[in-house]
Design a binder for this molecule. Structure first.
Ligand SMILES: Cc1cc2nc3c(=O)[nH]c(=O)nc-3n(C[C@H](O)[C@H](O)[C@H](O)COP(=O)(O)OP(=O)(O)OC[C@H]3O[C@@H](n4cnc5c(N)ncnc54)[C@H](O)[C@@H]3O)c2cc1C
Length: 317
């Protein structure tokens, strides 16, 4: 393949964290390149309406917001690369040069790396889930719960994610039905008790989602199957929240960076730096708590400012 491409700072990922990191780094005068990955614009490109990103008084479209962020990053001086990194070699020889290899065969080098590879919500994989995606089917209560105020919604799942989503939705929705394929929740005991006691949450055990029902306007209900008796029932819902967890996009860093048991990159509290000097992590790839565009953007800003400082000190040394 072609010659090695070098940029003092390379950012991996073009979601809110990556774009924000690029804007701040380029504006700080750092030579900045951003490798977009297979999902240019990140997770917000698979949703429609975004109502909670500050600065917009009207509802905006996720793909539009991400196009604007990418343009802003480019206008500030970021070089965009259409590639997906498949291999990383962190500096081990004291040269402080990190090497990356893209799916395209391109080799990259940098002195500082900001990892913003995000996470992916897990889905059930049934046809009707895809059909009604963003038309009543959601993977994020904080993002979409407000669209279902005073309505009946269904939450699928039985771990911490599902219980947190149900409790959040119970604040504004008329009722929240939870289905779980087992006869007890898997998550934290405190959450289990809160969910079970909540007057607006109805739990149906040993039950799986057979099909999501709807029309041209969106979701109208769901077919639920009891996995002990095989009985299938239909219930009306305006929203279906799939809450079976998230998978951070960190396979690339296995054995190279510290991760928790589910694969989220670990950084000391209140910071964005990894154990490798000059390597930072921002957004959903290291944050399993908030998982929002605005928090990812905030972490991206922190990572860029720290990377700029690191590069500055490196040059002074
Ligand atoms: C359906 C849906 C609706 C949502 N709605 C809202 C909402 O209304 N408001 C809100 O605040 N949040 C919402 N969210 C959450 C929000 O999208 C995420 O919190 C946010 O996108 C995380 O940003 P990020 O930059 O950390 O990662 P992501 O957006 O996940 O972006 C990750 C980026 O990394 C790239 N990448 C991955 N691996 C590699 C690699 N090996 N090499 C190079 N690049 C790589 C990908 O191509 C992608 O560009 C929603 C999420 C979903 C799924």
């Amino acid at each position: 393949m072609s010659d090695v491409f070098h940029s003092d700072l390379i950012i991996l990922g073009s979601g809110p964290a990556g774009c924000t990191a690029a804007i701040y780094a380029a504006r700080a005068g750092v030579q900045t390149a951003l490798v977009q990955g297979m999902q240019p614009g990140g997770q917000l490109t698979i949703t429609t309406e975004v109502e909670n990103y500050p600065g917009f008084s009207e509802i905006i479209q996720g793909p539009w917001l991400m196009q604007e962020m990418q343009k802003q990053a480019e206008n500030c001086g970021t070089e965009m690369k259409f590639d997906h990194i498949k291999e990383v070699q962190f500096s081990e020889d004291g040269s402080d040069v990190h090497k990356l290899i893209g799916e395209s065969g391109q080799e990259y080098t940098c002195y500082s790396l900001v990892i913003c590879t995000g996470a992916s919500a897990k889905w059930l994989g049934i046809e009707s889930e895809e059909k009604f995606m963003s038309k009543g089917v959601s993977g994020c209560a904080t993002c979409d719960g407000a669209f279902f105020r005073n309505q009946d919604v269904l939450v699928v799942g039985g771990g911490n994610t599902a219980m947190e989503e149900a409790l959040y939705l119970a604040n504004g929705c008329k009722s929240v039905t939870m289905i779980h394929r087992r006869d007890e929740f898997r998550g934290e005991v405190v959450l289990r008790e809160r969910v079970k006691k909540h007057e607006k949450i109805n739990i149906i055990w040993n039950t799986e989602l057979e099909e999501i029902l709807g029309d041209d306007m969106g979701v109208t209900g769901a077919k639920l199957r009891n996995n002990q008796t095989g009985e299938v029932t239909e219930q009306n819902f305006m929203g279906v929240f799939i809450a079976i967890g998230h998978k951070p996009n960190t396979d690339l860093f296995k054995g190279k960076l510290e991760m928790d048991e589910t694969g989220y990159l670990q950084v000391p509290a209140g910071t964005v730096h990894t154990k490798v000097p000059g390597v930072f992590a921002a957004g959903d790839v290291m944050d399993h708590t908030y998982r929002q565009a605005v928090t990812s953007a905030g972490f991206g800003c922190m990572a860029a400012l720290d990377a700029a400082r690191y590069l500055d000190e490196r040059q002074q040394a």
